[in-house]
Write a protein that binds this ligand. Sequence first.
Ligand SMILES: [Zn+2]
Length: 578
Amino acid sequence: MAAPDWSDLTVYTAARVHTMDPGRPHGSASAGGGPPDRAGAMAVAVAGGRIVSVGTLDSMAPWLRRHAHTIDDRYAGRVLLPGFIDPHTHLRMSGTFMGLNYVGPIDSASPTGVRAGLPDRDAVLNQLRSLAAETGTGPDGRPRPVTTWGYDPASQKGHLDRDMLDAISDTVPLWVCSYAPHIVYANTPMIELIGVDDTTDLHGLGRYPDGRLNGWFIETGAVGLAFKPVAADVYRPGFGREAVDRMGAVARAAGVTTTTDMVWGFESFDGEWADHRAAIDAGTFPLRMLMVPFEPRLRRAYGRDMLDYLAAKRAEGDDRLTTHGVKYVNDGSYPSMTLRLGFPGYLDGDEGLTGEIPWDEIYERMLPFWTAGIQIHSHANGDETVDMTLDVLQRLLHDHPRFDHRFVIEHYCLSTPAQARRLAALGGMASVNAYFVRYRAQMHAEAGFGPDRSEATARLGSLERAGAAFALHSDFNLVVTPLSPLLAAEIAVTRTGADGAVLAPGERISVDRALRAITVDAAHILRRDDRLGSIEAGKLADLTVLADDPYEVDPTRLGSIEVVDTVLGGTPTSQLAR
Ligand SMILES: [Zn+2]
């Protein structure tokens, strides 16, 4: 072990510390009963970016007697937890979309302040009409395309389509990306710019019953094609760095100190990495970031060299920015109602969508990563997709046994208790979006998945009973929900829907379990619980500072607890924020 650097030994005092180390929940045994005096106040000692001791000033006296130190009381009266970990976000991509015209349903942060949501499709069509009237002409003398982001067919009352958009304008190209960018809607002039027609044979092109293109570009392959003619609008010079800075501030305000980019390579592997590196070096990105490569892009960009590329990036990385795992997407999204359902399927007979890799090729595609010991994160929203994913995991284990593989099903929205037990039996884990219980479940009981599955969205209780590890994530902001680990915990504990009714009460979990799912268990599913996720001697000194104690407030108020600050590697990020 390298000799510790004691020059910056600092002790943060607090009203209470929750370590998330079950063996020492508050650190020193003497630290459970509240702070009678300063020596008995709870405290965390940090040096060289790592935790030295947790307990009370009394309990850590053996360290403090031996080394010069500073006692920092800025968090006196506050509550310290390990820094929150959101194990699935898309910060750079979502910060990018925030630069476009907004047509989404909820109020949304933007570079120029909060933009109001639009209640329904008619309001969106009106907005498109005025944008088309104002758009002007480009250097080629033709109308400039109107580029918008944020449409939500479920809450804004139905999909858009080509004929509807042609009625707004049949001369100005109209381009509407859904909030979760799984669908782009285009009118006829835009379809021409994208360069497809009724005879094009491509996975993900929507059609009317008569076979004519209906203006839908669905899922990564087709969506990627639809981005081409508007790339200069979406990807303006410097956009990536701006997006990273913007979203780093949003995540910090929610108490997050570590997250992952779950579609690294969507635009450019090296470009995305460089934007994060630059922001970290400039002190404008107060998070640790794990870059998780999106497999189809990685394979396309690096082919046979893909594992070497990842190894090189790993060697280049450090404890602020590194690469981790590999990501697959094998069905559509929950809010856009494109996931894959088992019997009896969708209310209206929809079938949902698979990802761009055919299901019968997924085993072969995962195999090189599996045998190289790389952790697999596989998106499955619907129960049919969960079944397929478990079948693939079982086959991988059978053919190439592997211990402690931590295969993670991402989202795990609609599932069954039997699937939870099978996931646990196969050593798999789940990273779950719980926000949908509050924001979408009741909507999709009426349109989409029907009442049974909608109510039982995010079966955390079943995962707990089965003994499967799980974490809570936001997917921010590719789904129409906020980024707030404390709100995710509140929803996981209460399971109250939009109208306050408790949905699938047996799937509720305890406050402690929910807080683990945004700290140490989130670190576990990212294979970082040896260094992150709890306040223990030796771990990286990341803390989230709260105004109230989440173990004491009414659980319905968990999401309203004020985040006072975060500490990253021992340094308060309020000192970094400009
Ligand atoms: Zn995602």
